[in-house]
Design a protein around this ligand. Structure first.
Ligand code: G3P
Length: 226
């Protein structure tokens, strides 16, 4: 299994035009520069067609935004773990709020990823769903209240009880899974509050992907954990 150093800052490029194609490579290079300069763990998740070019351009871990369960040989149009490995990926998001999956498929994808050595981050929307996800034994769970996604209003400031509640409930069923949080995370203060509440990392997108000055934003995010 790929080892991801905690605390981690995971940057989801989503489908933002500023983080697509060659711009995805550039943004990933900015993430790598800040990761190296500040000595922090940063993971990037570009769009699936950009995975190969990004993973060949940087040494920081590159994650897919999604993976399907399924075996090589059929499953037209699906995203298989084996292909992610060939593309140079270290892991994958699963069940993102913008790409929900059925429970049985999440479990099957986690098991395949495990066999292939891919790190899995299962996204969830609240503490109870996070417990369900944690019981499937992924590498990490990332709780993200959907209503705060893309708003710039940080979950760690606006709904701190989601993070503390998730940490408390998950630890009753799984002592090992990494616990991340996301939605609206934009600054170092947001990262610090998240970690103070017990999270071991953050998952964010718009604050970096939509910024005109991504390096400055990344440095701000990394500052509290350098
Ligand atoms: O995957 C991260 C995400 O859903 C949060 O998005 O734009 O609020 O950081 P954003």
């Amino acid at each position: 299994m790929v080892d991801i150093k905690l605390p981690v800052i995971a940057i989801n490029f989503k489908t933002y035009p500023q983080a697509t194609g060659e711009r995805a490579v550039l943004l990933a290079k900015h993430c790598e520069t800040v990761a190296n300069e500040y000595g922090v763990s940063i993971v990037v998740a570009p769009q699936i067609p950009d995975l190969y070019r990004v993973s060949h351009a940087v040494d920081i871990p590159v994650f897919s935004q999604h993976m399907d369960p399924g075996e090589p040989g059929r499953f037209t149009g699906h995203v298989l773990g084996e292909t992610l490995v060939e593309a140079g990926c270290s892991g994958t998001l699963l069940n993102h709020s913008e790409h929900r999956m059925q429970l049985a498929d999440i479990e099957a994808a986690i098991r395949t990823a495990e066999r292939l050595g891919l790190y899995t981050i299962v996204c969830t929307n609240n503490p109870l769903v996070s417990v369900a996800a944690a019981s499937l034994r992924p590498s990490a769970v990332a709780v993200e209240p959907p209503e705060l996604i893309g708003t710039g209003i940080s979950v760690s400031q606006a709904q701190p009880e989601i993070i503390s509640g998730t940490v408390e409930k998950i630890r009753e069923v799984n002592k090992d899974v990494a616990i991340l949080c996301g939605a609206g995370i934009s600054t170092g203060d947001d990262v610090k509050s998240a970690l103070d509440l017990g999270a071991q990392g953050v998952l964010l997108a718009s604050a970096v992907a939509k910024s005109d000055k991504p390096v400055e934003v990344l440095k701000g995010l990394a500052e509290p954990i350098r």
